[in-house]
Design a protein around this ligand. Structure first.
Ligand SMILES: [Zn+2]
Length: 66
């Protein structure tokens, strides 16, 4: 069983690269039981989504100007 520090590191890594099946399973299993890591995962995914919206929006504004 991995601890919260391992899981939050995996969650962060998962934003930049695709995790292995084993890693994703470890995260999934852990967040099923751990509120703290579930919240962390939700927040990091939200931030990533918000950041992507922001860069997409910025890109479309730049495209319109050209
Ligand atoms: Zn945890």
């Amino acid at each position: 069983m991995r601890n919260c520090r391992d899981i939050s590191a995996l969650v962060s890594q998962g934003l930049d690269k695709k995790l292995s099946l084993r890693e994703r399973f470890a995260v999934w299993l852990h967040v099923m039981m751990c509120n703290r890591c579930r919240n962390f995962q939700t927040q990091t995914q939200f931030i990533r989504k918000a950041a992507r919206h922001y860069t997409d929006d910025l890109q479309s504004r730049l495209d319109k100007k050209l």
